[in-house]
Design a protein around this ligand. Structure first.
Ligand code: SF4
Length: 284
């Protein structure tokens, strides 16, 4: 594992996601090293992309740049992060994510965090002081620690993420669950999502589901842990598979009284309305 310091010219990027105005990624690369991660396919730093999960760049001048940008840009919703996890292990020392969030909130930007790390609990003081301006999403795709260890080798165990979600919700901060990727034969059963929803109880305000996206790099890394990845590909290519799984998962959420929506790639009017209620800025 190695960290390298880099300097950047911009901090906020215009977000391509419908619910966000900007994205902020304090780090490039992600040590969690999930085998299904497609961020590696969109990372411009070749060294990081080719050594995904082993090298992380730290944006050493991020705060100076962000300071200038937040003076000039119109406040909006900032996704922290959208490409990698903002709570990399080194964040415990660097505090780039923490200080960025503080700065954004001070300048009236809303912050939407997505992570797999309980390190976010360190920042619960800021989050609870600004509960109307923040939401925190945790990605959990299985409660099975063995399965998680294979698919997300260096990410904190699902139980710890669920515990962090519950703690943050208990502080009155809105929380959501990202159930993605859904992988055929791995976590595409109703029981798999039910296990997670039972674990987090009534703490989760919203669930987003997404299916596996296969890039060349994802296929290569998935094949290192799955002998029969061809069967996964075959199911992914069947529209009926996703229609059925999506329907079953949405039905489960309805039964359990949790708002649940399909992936970012499948926006629906209903989802936007719900996200607007949730606090995110609806698309204009
Ligand atoms: S935590 Fe997210 S960004 Fe990091 S490797 Fe896993 S999927 Fe990729």
């Amino acid at each position: 594992m190695s960290y390298l310091r880099v300097r950047v010219r911009t901090a906020l990027s215009k977000s391509g996601l419908p619910d966000l105005d900007y994205s902020l990624n304090p780090y490039i690369g992600c040590l969690h090293g999930c085998v299904y991660c497609y961020a590696r396919s969109y990372t411009y730093a070749k060294e990081v992309a080719e050594n995904w999960g082993r090298i992380v760049y730290v944006k050493e001048n991020l705060l100076e740049v962000l300071e200038e940008e937040t003076k000039k840009r119109r406040p909006g919703v900032v996704g922290v992060s959208t490409v990698t996890d903002p709570y990399q292990p080194i964040e415990a020392v660097e505090r780039l994510t923490r200080r960025s969030i503080e700065m954004l909130l001070r300048r009236s930007f809303r912050v939407s965090i997505q992570t797999k790390s309980p390190l976010v609990l360190r920042d619960v003081d800021i989050l609870s002081d600004h509960r109307k301006m923040v939401d925190v999403g945790f990605t959990i795709i299985t409660m099975d620690p063995g399965q998680a260890a294979v698919l997300e080798p260096r990410a904190p165990p699902p139980k710890e993420r669920a515990g962090a979600l519950i703690k943050i919700a208990s502080e009155g901060v809105r929380t959501w669950l990202f159930y993605g990727p859904v992988i055929p034969g791995i976590n595409d059963s109703v029981e798999s999502l039910a296990d997670i929803l039972e674990e987090v109880g009534g703490s989760v305000d919203l669930v987003l589901i997404d299916k596996l996206r296969v890039t060349r790099e994802v296929e290569k890394s998935m094949r290192t842990v799955m002998e029969d990845f061809n069967s996964v590909l075959a199911l992914l290519n069947q529209q009926e598979w996703w229609s059925r799984v999506r329907r079953e998962l949405l039905n489960l959420c309805e039964k359990m009284g949790v708002r649940c929506f399909p992936s970012l790639a499948e926006p629906t009017e209903q989802r936007f309305k719900s996200l607007a209620d949730f606090g995110a800025r609806p698309p204009t």
